[in-house]
Design a protein around this ligand. Structure first.
Ligand code: MRU
Length: 374
């Protein structure tokens, strides 16, 4: 593992987040987990956009990969004539997809890649462009899986110096369900577990959407990694008792200075971790770094519907006449982050300088090898 040229593949019996069959995209319905393992079938780009907005699929890399297939589906469903009409149809579809969720930058990164394929296809026949769009989406999915294995390997190395088994707290779901497979933060945890280094994973339930309680725990249970679930307000207690050796979470967008947007509640965890001198790691692909923004204050934060707060799994707990708010993400300042684990290596402070270096070297390697940024 760790060799840039190795191609990883899905493991036997792995439950797949998304399945593309070149005519439709099947998504495991994450709204129903862990109680039901059902797939939603998307035959059109609009259905894909709906599935992203409605959280059938969620998690920054998975949203990006799904959107890539959304563009591929748009090209297949085009029944008009003429390349200009085709191109404007695809561009409109990209616009629709770009409106689904604002915070995870992977969505925009993938849509940019798909648009580039379109822009480079000026001299091709429509059928050839359609094939190229599907190929690009498939490549993005493959690359994402490879990246996650590498993040896992790099994450594992951080803990080489720990003699004993470790207790890791994670928030939200940054696992296979949030990616093409394996996961980022959960990828690191999987790699550590395979070396026998995990004593326990402490899973934050992650209100309001319960990605921790419903999704992360489901993945860990399936993989037989020891864990227990806590409500979000218990994390400080476990930290104060020495029950947490490190925190590892994923990211939706990282600005140039290292400020990191992730699921609401991550900021509070980082503050508590700093207070108790517990290392706080972000695990994310390079494509989650948005070098166009200097700091976290420019990251758009999605405000989601009130019902997610008013209800728990469809049961009302807050009456309509009581006001609620539902920001889906918060920004952890770079000063609270120990390091960012990426597929290209571990980025330590000073983040701005080191992020620039790793992003530039990633760009150069890709130019040399002819590969894309991932
Ligand atoms: O609202 P969600 O479920 O899409 O939020 C997901 C997260 O915040 C994840 O931690 C993040 O996307 C990283 S996933 C590898």
């Amino acid at each position: 593992m760790g060799n840039g040229n190795i191609n990883y593949c899905h493991e036997e019996n792995e439950v797949r987040t998304l399945i593309w069959d070149r005519a439709s995209l099947k998504l495991i319905d994450q709204r129903k987990l862990p109680f039901k393992e059902e797939y939603v079938v998307c035959n059109t780009c609009r259905e894909v956009a709906g599935a992203i907005s409605d959280m059938v699929v969620r998690g920054a890399p998975a949203i990006g990969v799904t959107a890539g297939y959304g563009v591929a589906l748009a090209s297949l469903e085009f029944s008009g004539h003429g390349r200009d009409k085709f191109i404007s149809y695809i561009k409109d579809s990209i616009k629709v997809l770009s409106k689904t969720r604002p915070t995870a930058v992977n969505l925009f990164w993938v849509l940019g890649r798909m648009e580039k394929v379109l822009d480079c296809s000026k001299n091709l026949k429509l059928d050839e462009i359609k094939i190229n769009l599907a190929k690009e989406a498939e490549k993005i999915e493959r690359q994402d899986l490879n990246i996650n294995f590498k993040i896992g390997e790099n994450g594992k190395k951080i803990f080489d110096r720990y003699k004993n088994k470790i207790k890791i707290l994670t928030h939200c779901n940054a696992g296979a369900l949030a990616t093409s497979g394996y996961g980022t933060a959960i990828g690191a945890i999987r790699s550590l577990d395979r070396e026998g280094k995990i004593e326990k994973v402490i899973v934050d339930e992650t209100r309001p959407y319960l990605q921790g309680a419903r999704l992360t725990s489901w993945e860990l249970y399936k993989e037989k990694i020891p864990f227990h679930i806590i409500t979000d307000n218990m994390a400080g207690y476990f930290m104060s008792k020495g029950e947490i050796d490190a925190v590892i979470v994923g990211a939706d967008r990282i600005s140039l200075n290292g400020d990191t947007a992730n699921k609401i509640g991550t900021l509070g965890l980082s503050i508590m971790a700093k207070y108790y001198s517990i290392p706080f790691y972000i695990a994310a692909p390079i494509s989650t770094i948005d070098t166009s923004i200097e700091s976290g204050k420019y990251i758009p934060i999605e405000q989601r519907g009130e019902n997610e707060v008013r209800e728990v799994m469809g049961t009302k707990i807050i009456p309509e006449y009581m006001p609620v708010k539902n920001p889906a993400f918060d920004v952890t300042p770079c000063g609270n982050i120990t390091a960012i684990i990426t597929e290209k290596g571990v980025i330590e402070p000073p983040f701005k300088e080191n992020i620039k270096k790793i992003v530039t070297s990633a760009d150069n390697t890709d130019k040399e090898t002819g590969a894309d940024k991932r």
